[in-house]
Design a protein around this ligand. Structure first.
Ligand code: S3P
Length: 436
């Protein structure tokens, strides 16, 4: 460390040989916590991800009256008063950096009977679009306000929705989940349709809680009744966190990694499918089916070739696109990734942040309005790069540093605490040759 916010990373000298269990899945942990507010009783969330983002969700449900009975590294036990015991938060609730907390939280607070909830966040979250949640909810009869720019703070006056159908302009699991949560107590059924299917963790978990949620096909989901059973959930490992080591295994010749007990939800495997299409060896060993498919992922290095990804491919790989861009810098040929304009409104503008970071390291990467064009392979040199307070950019650049030819000065590395607090400890352990 040279400054509190800057670290220097040097190239790895040997292949990766890793067998490990990545941290609990972030999307599923958020839902385990947030959904506990829905049903009275004791909810258990085993294998949860303890990170800044998921703590934001804990803060929100505590403000709604949920009591944390146990909080250890292994599990969370939450005691919920259920909907009839919900209380109006005394203060505006801080959602930190977490888009999932705020967007699903808007849906959750809509179900409060006649109470006011105000949600705010950090500078990054305050710049992200919230009108995309407020508008469909208003169309169903909810009372939700954003700033005039369509951003947070967001104020919600709870009360039952009329019901009806909404069509979302963007594929977003967060927006879809907000509509499903708000629709649980609607006077009539609520149907939400996405242009492309996004991750379906909310549908699976709400069904496991015996809510009346039906998958209608053609990107449509209907909700017709509230959940009746508390959650007893084992959170699988996060495929988006394992992806950093999978990328490294693909990039460092002679490497192999086995990520154990990871979510194999098809809505989350786009990165691994793309890696396979680029020539890496990728296999899955499914061990669990329900409520979430899970098992091991094995990745071994091979020579990589360029790929093309377009809009229909994007939802299943949305969080791993910066990593794919890194892989493309080391693949033979021209990679084109398009239809990914959503990346501009993530924790940072990830199209810009990725292009800037990788080109500072010598990559040939051209920014498009909705993606990149990348020419490979080009050796990555050392240099000074910036995480833009974005956890996934910080971790992608750390992986780039491992395969660079010189030292990389990374500013803002502490952002990893959002989703993967142990990232750098694992990085050093694996670099030293430890298998897990
Ligand atoms: C998430 C959905 C995705 C993803 C985010 C987590 C979720 O966002 O990028 O990291 O847990 O539902 P969108 O649904 O806005 O695409």
């Amino acid at each position: 460390m040279t400054r509190a916010s800057e670290i220097v990373l040097t190239p790895w000298e040997r292949p990766l040989d890793a067998y490990f269990r990545p941290p609990g899945d972030k999307s599923i942990t958020h839902r385990g916590i947030l959904f506990s507010a829905l049903v009275a009783g004791t909810h258990t969330v085993e294998g949860w991800l303890d990170a800044h983002d998921t703590r934001s969700s804990l803060r929100l449900v505590e403000a709604l009256g949920v009591v944390v009975r146990e909080q250890t590294r292994e599990r969370l036990i939450l005691e919920s008063p259920g909907r009839s015991g919900w209380r109006e938060p005394r203060q505006p609730v801080d959602c930190g950096n977490s888009g999932t907390t705020m967007r699903l939280g808007i849906g959750l607070a809509t179900g409060l009977l006649g109470g006011l909830t105000v949600l705010y966040g950090d500078a990054s979250l305050s710049a992200r679009p919230m009108a995309r949640v407020a508008e469909p909810l208003r169309a169903l009869g909810a009372q939700v306000w954003t700033r005039s720019s369509g951003t947070a703070p967001v104020a919600i006056w709870g009360g039952p929705l009329r019901g009806g159908s909404v069509k979302l302009p963007v594929a977003s699991a967060q927006v879809k989940s907000a509509v499903l949560l708000a629709g649980l107590w609607a006077e009539e059924a609520v149907t939400v349709q996405e242009p492309l299917p996004s991750r379906d963790h909310s549908e699976r978990l709400l069904q496991a809680m015996e809510a009346e949620v039906r998958i209608l096909g053609d990107g449509q989901v209907a909700v017709e009744g509230p959940p009746r059973r508390p959650l007893s959930l084992t959170v699988p490992g996060d495929p988006s966190s394992a992806a950093f080591w999978a990328a490294l295994a693909a990039l460092l010749p002679g490497s192999r990694m086995v990520a154990e007990s990871v979510s194999l939800n098809p809505g989350r495997l786009g990165f691994y499918e793309a890696l396979r299409a680029m020539g890496a060896e990728v296999s899955y060993q499914r061990a669990v089916e329900s409520p979430e498919p899970a098992g091991d992922i094995v990745v071994s290095s091979r020579s990589l070739r360029a790929i093309h990804l377009a809009a229909p491919d994007i939802p299943a790989v949305i969080d791993e696109l910066p990593l794919l861009a890194l892989l493309a810098t080391q693949a033979h040929g021209r990679t084109v990734i398009s239809g990914a304009g959503e990346l501009r409104v993530k924790e940072s503008d990830r199209i810009r942040a990725t292009a800037e970071g990788l080109s500072r390291l010598g990559a040939e990467i051209r920014e498009l309005a909705d993606g990149w064009e990348i020419e490979g392979p080009t050796p990555l040199t050392g240099g000074e790069v910036e995480a833009f307070e974005d956890h996934r950019i910080a971790m992608m650049l750390a992986v780039a540093a491992a395969v660079a030819t010189g030292p990389v000065h990374l500013r803002g590395a502490e952002a990893v605490a959002i989703s993967y607090p142990d990232f750098f400890a694992t990085y050093e352990r694996l670099r030293a040759g430890a298998a897990s």
